[in-house]
Design a protein around this ligand. Structure first.
Ligand SMILES: [Zn+2]
Length: 489
């Protein structure tokens, strides 16, 4: 995708300065747990936005990183948009970085692990290649959103364009630790935030096709750990093998009863609570650029689950995944034993309207049906003697899924803004993101449409060493943000 909007000239003229300003942003350490630096960065953001006439303040709660909050009215505005982003970053393991160090941004001619070379910072007038990448922690997740909003405001002033909506800026400082205080912050500021007619959640990677991207929801999350027990201690596999039952094998049998070879979950009721797709969603899915081939090639997969279904169709179903398995040891540290127990950690992604507890009940009913006696704690001697199969099940905290109607009038405004901005490229309007975000809480509290508007390249190494942002995505972010701030009222 190329910037075709009113901003393209502006970006060509000012590209070098914009990159320099972004580098300044990237030099602020902003790991969530680093309260001192996070506060410095919050104050810096306030200062920058104030220069563009946004009324800024830090919203505080005891012991929490502040919310960076701003309000900006626009003449004759008929709607208020809430722009969510987060100004904290995932933790860093500096020794694992190869491109640069996390807080010392560096420019490369492309992906450095694919031969990109380090470049000097460009001078004014140097032509800038959108394939360049800037490496630093938070370059993609999520400083780009906050920076793009700011640059868009600047450009609108410089180009004497008219803003058409009132804007509320809401920047979370704890997203990387599950936004622990988000709901409390929102409740405390319910009245002001309630003025918003539509929420744009600016975070996450764009669609792998690189097409302009909107996600209208996110899957929810829940999970369980299941431990299956054998004898009360590890046993010698010579003296006891063939006689004492093996919990690892019992667990393997249990797990294989949960899913068929095509990837369909066999737990009764697992797919019962799904809301059927609306016509708008069905149509949107058919229009999303296909990515199955691309992803299979990138990931070196021969085949995928759900044979006839595409990636995007699979994201609209709940999933059941083994995220870890443990029983005794393998390789060098393996011993000739019958392990005393085996544990699996399962995560499940939920789609709209599925109640996590109902799904967890269905999983437990399935385990029971396979002949297991279910416990919440480790079994007593008495229980071990009384039952042949014992499973300890521990439920983990859940997040519900959220999905905004694609035929909502505000959703249509945003979608059309992107379509006008990129007339030659189809917009990837995706009903749901595969991952989980705290959208449900916002939707429940304010009952307003919420759309995810991501800016980063999908291969940005988010949360990992060598995080990077493609310069073309930085231009895209500024371009899109300017269009949103000036979209027809
Ligand atoms: Zn993020």
């Amino acid at each position: 995708m190329n910037t075709t909007g009113i901003m393209s000239q502006h970006l060509r003229l000012h590209g070098a300065e914009i990159i320099a300003r972004y580098a300044e942003f990237l030099r602020f350490p902003n790991v969530t747990s680093d309260s001192e630096n996070i506060r410095r960065f919050a104050q810096f953001i306030c200062g920058q936005y104030s220069e563009d006439d946004v009324r800024m303040e830090l919203l505080e709660l005891p012991g929490a990183n502040p919310i960076v909050y701003g309000e900006l009215e626009s003449p004759n505005a008929s709607r208020t948009i809430v722009l969510y982003a987060h100004y904290d970053a995932a933790a860093v393991e500096e020794s694992e970085w190869s491109s640069t160090t996390p807080w010392d941004p560096a420019l490369f001619s492309g992906r450095f692990d694919e031969g990109g070379v380090r470049l000097p910072w460009p001078d004014e007038g140097t032509p800038i290649d959108p394939e360049w990448r800037i490496y630093a922690r938070a370059a993609a997740d999520d400083k780009v959103s906050i920076f793009a909003m700011l640059e868009a405001l600047r450009a609108i002033i410089e180009l004497e364009l008219q803003r058409t909506s009132n804007i509320i800026f809401f920047f979370d400082g704890e997203e990387e630790v599950s936004s622990e205080n988000l709901v409390q912050f929102m409740k405390a500021n319910r009245k002001r935030l309630g003025m918003g007619d539509v929420w744009l959640f600016c975070d996450g990677p764009m669609h792998p096709s690189r097409h302009p991207t909107l996600y209208f929801g996110a899957r929810g999350y829940t999970g369980v750990d299941i431990t299956v027990f054998g004898a009360n201690r590890d046993l010698h596999s010579g003296h006891y093998g063939n006689w004492a039952p093996n919990p690892a094998l019992e667990l393997a049998r249990l797990l294989s009863s949960m899913k068929d070879p095509e990837g369909n979950v066999l737990i009764e009721g697992f797919y019962d609570l799904i809301t059927p797709l609306s016509d708008a969603e069905r149509l949107a899915i058919d229009r999303i650029p296909p990515i199955d081939e691309l992803l299979s090639e990138e990931l070196e997969l021969h085949d995928t689950e759900g044979q006839n279904q595409t990636y995007h169709e699979r994201m609209l179903l709940p999933s059941l995944n083994i995220r870890g398995l443990e029983s005794a040891s393998v390789g060098e540290s393996a011993r000739n034993i019958i392990p005393k127990e085996a544990t699996v950690s399962i995560d499940m992604r939920l789609v709209k309207d599925i109640d996590p507890e109902t799904l967890l009940d269905a999983v437990e009913a399935h385990v029971r049906k396979q002949g297991f006696y279910i416990l919440r704690n480790d079994p007593s001697s008495e229980i071990r003697r009384r039952h042949s199969r014992i499973a300890k099940i521990v439920r983990r905290p859940s997040d519900r899924a959220a999905r905004t109607r694609m035929d909502d009038p505000h959703a249509i405004d945003v979608l059309q803004t992107l379509e006008h901005l990129f007339p030659d490229t189809s917009v990837a309007a995706v009903p749901t993101l595969g991952g989980t975000l705290p959208l449900y809480l916002i939707c429940e509290l304010f009952e307003k449409p919420l759309i995810i508007l991501p800016f980063s390249n999908h291969d940005n190494n988010q949360h990992a060493p060598d995080e990077n942002l493609r310069i073309g995505n930085l231009w895209y972010a500024i371009d899109v943000m300017s269009a949103i701030l000036t979209m027809s009222p």
